[in-house]
Design a protein around this ligand. Structure first.
Ligand code: DX5
Ligand code: ZN
Length: 223
């Protein structure tokens, strides 16, 4: 979990040309791509579903697809996201489940994929402790989930990120620490200092016209 990675978030890409946007991220050196699934119920916005994951998978057979499910009943929809080509599936601890968080994490791993748990800015780190030994990734949301382009909630979320890192290191665990929301070359170093190694970048990556320069600047900020 030491190597910092910049993850372009498809939410901020130009969806009129998804295939070439994925290629642009790939050519800029992205190894992981972040896909935000929103259901209009768990969050106040609707984005896309498993079909889009399949489109991205088709556009790039090698990109690691990090799928962030901001939806209720992720366990009900799980097979569809697995089948579409997800490499990591992150579920929210605050969502409603037909089964349970633990059962859903186990099913993702049983399918041979990585699993993550996400925490809303209002949710304390303690909520993740029961699952800490079962996850590959812990996502500390640094904005209220639902929309790109919001400001980084430093004061509200950095103590939690640090707690997540300290707990991991004290217990010999290995989960990645991912931050998502308001990450720029100015804020990524703050998150890095508090333990993050995966940096989701929507506006800061897809906003500028030159993706290579955006990637270089973001990568340098956490080097
Ligand atoms: C927010 C999403 C983020 C979003 C980040 O609900 O989970 O992944 O794309 O966008 P920026 O980087 O613009 O804050
Ligand atoms: Zn996200």
């Amino acid at each position: 979990h030491e190597t910092p990675l910049i993850l372009p978030s498809l939410l901020a890409a130009d969806w009129s040309k998804v295939g070439s946007e994925v290629a642009r991220a790939e050519e800029a050196g992205a190894q992981w791509l972040h896909l935000d699934v929103m259901d209009g119920a768990f969050v106040d916005n609707i984005s896309f579903g498993p079909q889009m994951v399949g489109v991205v998978r088709k556009a790039s057979p090698t990109m690691f697809l990090d799928v962030h499910l901001m939806i209720h009943r992720p366990d009900h929809y799980l097979e569809r996201f697995l089948k579409a080509g997800s490499d990591n599936i992150t579920i929210h601890v605050e969502a409603r489940y037909d089964t349970s968080v633990a059962d859903t994490l186990k099913r993702i791993r049983a399918a041979g994929k990585q699993c993550g748990l996400a925490l809303h800015p209002d949710t304390p780190f303690d909520a993740a402790i029961p699952y800490a030994h079962m996850i590959d990734l812990l996502l500390i949301m640094t904005v209220v989930p639902g929309f790109g382009g919001q400001p980084f909630m430093e004061k509200e979320t950095m103590p939690k990120l640090e707690a997540a890192r300290d707990y991991r290191d004290a217990h010999g665990l290995k989960y990645h620490l991912e931050v998502d929301g308001g990450i720029y070359a100015s804020t990524a170093p703050i998150a890095k200092r508090h333990g993050a190694n995966l940096f989701v970048c929507g506006t800061s990556f897809f906003g500028p016209s030159d993706a290579r320069t955006a990637m270089t600047d973001l990568t340098a900020s956490v080097a």
